[in-house]
Design a protein around this ligand. Structure first.
Ligand code: SIN
Ligand code: CO
Length: 385
């Protein structure tokens, strides 16, 4: 797939093409794009976001400030509790793309960055004057203004000292170097570690909602921890400790040098290669978020009916499904998939576009594989789009 120009949102990067964006801005410097999605107001209302914040399968946060003190609460919330919040406040909901198909489509418009780097879509609502305070993030983010207005102030400052005794990491000495008032459809890209502070300036513009498209870049320590636990599940080391030549030790409590040598040699047997790292990455990157539970169809259609439907309707991945591939292997929702060669082009298409056109020719092995995924709730037919 050509992933240089997002088709549904042709102005997403303004007049800067994806190649130039990657060369000059990505992980390097901020970029403000006026009218990135002209007329974008977001499909979510304040009430929709509140409903999402009451769900227990999404992470949500409430942030508010009283004088010098910040308050942070984690969801799920109840409507009664939300009614008691005193203005100004912000409500932030993570993983909106997992449950709102429009959110998933928006996230995929950023396909000039590999899906392996995509994290999630967070949507925030703020009352006038609300914000989460000056801070920096360790990941790249596109801050797309939905409804209302928000003033963003940013800084490259090296001073990362935080206010003491606060539930959030608020920068103590934030000194803005640039600022812009974002209107609906405007977007600000920020590389990791750029300090920023966004304050809702709704006034007569109404509710302020910001859509944040975030990317993941795990710390080396986290990758190492996860890889070690992957190795633990996937490694088999032969042999057993033995010492037929054991010599009498002067100190029975001493761990002898020969024992240390032998164990060191054994442990050197733990090795990995690129294919193991690939498998680890494939499984790790497609592992669904902790709270994700798929909904298999209650009364699945028969295989025959399924084959027939493949010719009538497009098939789409569930927004919660993660499908990635390498040169020769495919990974879906944390598991390596056995994809027969004849089905590979279509599955790559499905992974890139998140849907498969009814016009493709469906061979038996492909239909069998897709039917299994449909029965697990990983994919389903698109009706009426
Ligand atoms: C917000 O939407 O209020 C905060 C987003 C961010 O700073 O990353
Ligand atoms: Co931020």
């Amino acid at each position: 797939m050509k992933s240089t120009a997002p088709k549904r949102f042709p102005n997403l990067l303004g007049d800067i093409g994806a190649k130039r964006f990657l060369r000059d801005y990505w992980q390097k410097k901020p970029l403000l794009i006026r009218g990135a999605i002209p007329g974008f107001g977001g499909d979510l209302s304040r009430q929709d976001l509140i409903d999402l914040a009451c769900r227990d399968d999404l992470e949500s946060r409430y942030v508010s400030r009283r004088g010098e003190n910040w308050q942070l609460e984690h969801g799920p919330f109840t409507k009664a509790r939300i009614k008691r919040w005193k203005q100004p406040w912000s409500l932030l909901v993570q993983g909106v793309n997992l449950v709102v198909p429009e959110g998933d489509r928006l996230l995929r418009a950023f396909n000039f960055i590999p899906y392996a780097r995509l994290d999630d879509l967070m949507v925030s609502y703020a009352t006038d004057g609300g914000g989460v305070g000056p801070h920096f993030d360790n990941y790249d983010v596109f801050l797309l203004q939905g409804s209302g207005r928000r003033r963003w102030r940013i800084s490259k400052q090296a001073d990362h000292e935080f206010l003491p005794d606060q539930p959030l990491k608020i920068l103590r000495n934030f000194k803005a170097e640039d600022e812009w008032l974002l209107e609906p459809g405007d977007m600000l890209y920020l590389p990791p570690q750029w300090a920023h502070d966004g304050i809702a300036e709704s006034g007569d513009a109404g509710d302020c909602m910001t859509w944040s498209i975030g990317f993941r870049a795990p710390p080396a320590q986290e990758l190492a921890d996860q890889f070690l636990s992957y190795l633990q599940d996937n490694l088999h080391v032969d042999g057993r400790y033995q010492d037929p030549g054991l010599a009498l030790q002067a100190h029975p409590a001493e761990i002898g040098a020969e024992m240390i040598d032998q164990v060191e040699t054994m442990l050197r047997g733990i090795q990995w290669d690129k294919s193991l790292v690939e498998e680890f990455l494939g499984q790790m990157l497609t592992e669904p978020k902790q709270q994700v539970v798929f909904d298999p169809p209650e009364a699945p259609m028969s295989r025959g009916k399924f084959r027939q439907r493949l010719r009538q309707n497009d098939l789409a991945l569930d927004p919660r499904s993660q499908l990635l591939f390498t040169a020769n292997h495919f990974y879906l929702n944390g598991e390596k998939q056995d994809v027969p060669p004849v089905a590979r082009a279509a599955i790559r298409e499905l992974a890139d576009h998140r849907s498969l056109s009814k016009t493709i020719s469906v061979e038996d092995p492909l239909a069998t594989l897709l039917y299994d995924w449909y029965c697990c709730g990983f994919a389903n037919f698109v009706v009426g789009r």
